[in-house]
Design a protein around this ligand. Structure first.
Ligand code: NAD
Length: 481
């Protein structure tokens, strides 16, 4: 255990980074989910926001003139360096936000993939040529960077989400102001340092460590920041959208979810339970793509519930640094109180609760809820904990109607061997991603990702080559000779 903690000794005071230098003022203690002191944090002030925007604007002049493949090379080199420092980054993630070391290692691997993928995108940036009405006229359009972009990220993937935003922002030629969540700022700061050691010029990526209401809000409102990419709660996203709308800044919002899996009679109950347990209880349910609703048809309902409850009971809850733990803690005791309240409300509404019995906060036992009324609160809210509600429905059509009844629309999946049922599902479900015989969690870095309804403003997708759309603007060029 002590060797795990020693790995973080180089970030014992986490500070922001502006123009390649550490910045910050008053310090406060950073506690992990179980109350351990994991670091001290030096908080940025409003003056640091202005300094970061000035540094970014200066640095962007040269960065946008750097050939795109060379910009991409910096990301590719950073991917290699990150792979060499996998254990250190994983440990920082685990200590700060609590996911198990195995899950944190997988997050580092995803971040490596994002940096590699967007590094290669440097070779693929391209414009377009149009047909001309006249001779001696050539009309093209090219993609140009926006300038300085603000990235605001949540605590639940404190490395992967910064990486999937930084990658396309930088390769497109923008300079970046990153404002990570205060619960887990360490991975962002480490990533910025790592990118500088991979050759990123100072000032191209700046990190502001501070809380959302002051530093985050100042980033959103800053006239020198040309676009905001935000991942976090729907509530905060709405506020950010209003400010960006007012000052006409481009905004990308990727928000909460209440993801559903439909299980039809022809599915195998054991493999269905395995998939659902991974999506619902993995990462302690603290993924925007976690499964929190299951709709199953009558022929499989009882065997599915039995298999799922068995899995919920068999998982080992423990500290993220404990190699035998399957499920780490929730991020905080406040998060525990919120999830407990959602479950208590469901029970008051008539639900039956299955699990191993209460765990001490901030740990929360994997929980299956059955016998819910159709209008149960849990079916309309984001749970963000290891809890899944199982509802029996008479038919595929009714299951699709239930999936679509949610205010969210991030991911949905169906487990079936029926090609026609799978096809109908993928056609009729309103979600940004639909999957067949798959977990709702997990996505490839080369595939567009984003939600619908209250899960996103659905203006621009993240990940994949289309992620470049948000970070670039097209310029039409007419040349006559
Ligand atoms: P949050 O909305 O509380 O905070 C997200 C970020 O916004 C943090 O950096 C926070 O400091 C900042 N912030 C808070 N108030 C702000 C304000 N007024 N102005 C500017 N910035 C502000 O979310 P969280 O608790 O960190 O993360 C969990 C949420 O993120 C869940 O709802 C989850 O579904 C969502 N999420 C979505 C995706 C996705 O891709 N759709 C991925 C991961 C997490």
């Amino acid at each position: 255990m002590s060797s795990v903690r020693d790995l973080t000794s180089n970030i014992s005071v986490i500070a922001g980074r502006v123009n390649g230098n550490r910045v910050g003022g008053s310090t406060r203690m950073l506690h992990g989910p179980t109350g351990d002191l994991v670091a001290h944090v030096s908080l940025c002030g409003i003056q640091d926001v202005d300094a970061a925007v000035d540094a970014a604007a200066d640095a962007q002049h040269a960065w946008r003139r750097t050939p795109a493949p060379r910009r991409g090379e910096v990301l590719s080199r950073a991917a290699v360096l990150l792979a060499q420092r996998r254990a250190e980054f994983a440990t920082t993630i685990t200590l700060e936000e609590g996911k198990t070391l195995r899950e944190a290692g997988a997050e580092v691997d995803r971040a490596i993939d994002y940096l590699s993928f967007f590094g290669a995108e440097g070779w693929r940036l391209a414009g377009q040529e149009f047909a001309n009405l006249e001779p001696n006229l050539r009309i093209t359009s090219r993609r140009e960077p926006l300038g300085v972009v603000g990235l605001i990220t949540p605590w639940n993937f404190p490395l992967a989400i910064p990486a999937w935003k930084i990658g396309p922002a930088l390769v497109a030629g923008n300079a970046v102001i990153l404002k990570p969540a205060l619960e887990a700022p360490g991975p962002s700061v480490l990533l910025a340092e790592l990118l500088e050691s991979a050759g990123l010029p100072p000032g191209v990526l700046n990190v502001l460590v501070g809380d959302g209401g002051t530093i985050g809000a100042a980033v959103v409102a800053h006239p020198g920041i040309h676009a905001i990419s935000f991942t976090g709660s729907t509530e905060v996203g709405r506020r950010i959208a209003a400010v960006c709308g007012q000052r006409m800044a481009r905004v990308q919002l990727e928000l909460g979810g209440s993801n559903a899996t439909v299980v039809l009679d022809d599915a195998d109950p054991d493999s269905a339970a395995d998939l659902i347990a991974r999506s619902a209880f993995g990462l302690t349910g603290q993924a925007c793509t976690a499964t929190s609703r299951v709709y199953c048809t009558p022929g499989i309902a009882s065997s599915l519930v039995e298999a799922l409850v068995a899995r919920a009971r068999s998982l080992r809850i423990g500290d993220g640094t404990d190699p035998s733990a399957d499920v780490g803690p929730l991020v905080s005791t406040a998060a525990h109180a919120r999830v407990a309240d959602i479950v208590d409300t469901a029970v008051r509404e008539g639900a039956v609760r299955h699990g191993r019995g209460a765990a001490a906060p901030p740990f929360f036992e994997p929980t299956v809820l059955t016998s819910l009324p159709p209008d149960a609160h849990i079916l309309q809210t984001e749970v963000f904990g290891p809890v899944v509600a199982v509802v029996e429905v008479p038919s595929l059509e009714e299951a699709i109607a239930c999936v679509n009844a949610s205010r969210y629309g991030l991911v949905a999946s169906i487990l079936t061997n029926s090609l026609s049922a799978a096809q109908t599902f993928t056609d009729e479900v309103r979600a940004g991603t639909v999957k067949v015989n798959e977990t709702t969690t997990g996505n490839q870095p080369n595939v567009p990702f984003g939600g619908l309804k209250d899960s996103s403003n659905a203006a621009f997708k993240e990940q994949g080559s289309v992620a470049l759309d948000f970070y670039t603007v097209s310029k039409s060029v007419y040349v006559r000779w």
